[in-house]
Design a protein around this ligand. Structure first.
Ligand SMILES: NC(=O)c1ccc[n+]([C@@H]2O[C@H](COP(=O)([O-])OP(=O)(O)OC[C@H]3O[C@@H](n4cnc5c(N)ncnc54)[C@H](OP(=O)(O)O)[C@@H]3O)[C@@H](O)[C@H]2O)c1
Length: 244
């Protein structure tokens, strides 16, 4: 039986870590062989065995090119490609509440991690994805990147860079639909989830956010169910569409 070959980008994150677990549990319970490739800025955590780790930092485009070369040497094909990387707050600054807080370096960093990096990472995997019978590519985006849905403003860098990601996903879906075996390429909003990224902003919410484990279980099912007809859409984890 051929192994399912999967790349998860940004493997050190909360949702990514649980998604890795979902793939491993699925492989164990079904007997389906799995070849798992994971990128991270950090060195590989010891707990994950049976994974090929690649070091990638979206703020360093050379690391993306190097990972692409390494992947081409090690893998022959990629069936699933999932980007779980994203930046909302941290060493490079907080989400901006007002125009007066905008800073060029912070905004460029948001675009590097949330829009440019994911698209460049996808670019270096094109050859491997083209060889899959039905390649599936999922870019974790965010509903706050929807222009139509934006009624409260703020979070300039995050909103702008996720909106740019969405446009990149839409362009890629249109371009890659011309492949001999067309892939399914979508932007997915994972829903508010307990993680380092959401932590400062969920403390005062009346409703408890889903755990990363709950999110990853739904994300895994969504990826399994994803069809070519859905390519080029912006979705929630239940498959319903979000306006761009
Ligand atoms: N949590 C939520 O409520 C929520 C809501 C909407 C959308 N999202 C989106 O869901 C995705 C996963 O977020 P999460 O909640 O799991 O957050 P998280 O635990 O903070 O994970 C963030 C991820 O971004 C990666 N990352 C950060 N800076 C990077 C850089 N310079 N280069 C490459 N990768 C970088 C990290 O990878 P490494 O540490 O391995 O390098 C990690 O996988 C993100 O795209 C986020 O925007 C989350």
């Amino acid at each position: 039986m051929d192994a399912t070959k999967v790349l998860i980008v940004g493997g050190g994150g909360a949702i990514a870590g649980q998604l890795i677990r979902q793939y491993q549990l699925w492989s164990q319970s079904t007997g389906q062989p799995l070849e798992l490739y994971v990128t991270s800025r950090q060195r590989p955590p010891a707990v994950h065995s049976g994974i090929t780790w690649l070091q990638v930092d979206f703020r360093n485009p050379e690391s993306i090119a190097a990972a692409g070369e390494e992947l081409s040497k090690r893998a022959t094909v990629l069936d699933h490609w999932v980007c779980c990387a994203g930046y909302l707050h941290g060493d490079f600054g907080l989400p901006e509440k007002a125009l007066k807080s905008l800073q060029a370096a912070k905004l460029s960093g948001d675009f590097a991690v949330n829009s440019v990096g994911p698209l460049l990472m996808f670019q270096v995997c094109l050859g491997l994805l083209k060889r899959a019978p039905l390649a599936k590519a999922v870019f974790l985006s965010a509903q706050v990147g929807s222009i139509e849905d934006n009624r409260s403003g703020g979070w300039y860098g995050y909103r702008m860079s996720k909106a740019a990601l969405n446009m990149g996903v839409r362009c890629a879906a249109i371009e890659c639909a011309r492949w001999r075996r067309p892939p399914a390429i979508v932007a997915v909003h994972p829903g508010t989830t307990v993680s380092g990224l959401s932590e400062p902003f969920t403390a005062h919410r009346p409703d408890a956010p889903q755990t990363a484990e709950q999110c990853a279980a739904k994300l895994f099912s969504r990826i399994q169910a994803l069809s070519v007809e859905e390519s080029g859409t912006f979705q929630r984890l239940d498959g319903s569409n979000i306006p761009w």
